[in-house]
Design a protein. Structure first.
Length: 183
């Protein structure tokens, strides 16, 4: 089975399955916490202009398999040395096959190529598969794990691309309080 990586933009018609899949995923997973989960999910996906996910500061990739888009993801500039991963998604029929891991690896390689030294990301408290992916790919949790994930709402992770496992280089990214505390 071959999977092809496509460098593109969220505005490309090929990106529609990824964006629709993410919207459905967000709306479904957080429905019991947001009465307007569909609108909230759509708003989250429209939050950033597509230009942020394009070189020289960002990237947006899709994974194509047998003519279908089955995964993808993106990053944008977080600060001068840090890329921020966004929109990591795998079609539910293709999960547990290493696609999300490959997306993360591909995005990390592009981030290094663009001169970034670190990666930052947040994921939701209702996305344990994502937490597992980030733990498995050597991302460091930047939140107090002794506090229930739903208190944090968004769970930040980071990774030093030059020295994976170096937590000191990530200290300025660490959450000082739960990211949901002010919502």
């Amino acid at each position: 089975m071959s999977y092809r990586i496509i460098d593109t933009t969220p505005l490309d018609a090929l990106a529609k399955p990824l964006l629709d899949g993410l919207q459905h995923e967000y709306a479904t997973r957080y429905r019991e916490f947001r009465s307007d989960s569909e609108a909230s999910a759509a708003q989250e996906l429209a939050r950033y202009p597509a230009a942020l996910f394009a070189p020289p500061d960002g990237a947006f990739i899709l994974v194509e398999h047998e003519g279908e888009i089955v995964g993808g993801g993106a990053f944008k500039r977080y600060d001068a040395h840090t890329a921020e991963l966004k929109r990591i998604w795998t079609h539910e029929s293709q999960r547990r096959k290493g696609i999300a891991r490959r997306v993360v690896e591909e995005l990390e390689a592009r981030a290094v190529h663009l001169g970034y030294r670190r990666i930052y990301l947040t994921t939701g408290f209702r996305q344990p598969e994502a937490w597992g992916l980030y733990f498995d790919t050597h991302y460091v949790p930047l939140f107090d794990r002794a506090i229930a994930p739903e208190i944090h709402v968004r769970l930040p992770f980071g990774k030093d691309l030059r020295r994976p496992g170096d937590v000191d280089s990530l200290d300025d990214l660490r959450a000082r309080e739960p990211l949901g505390a002010r919502q």
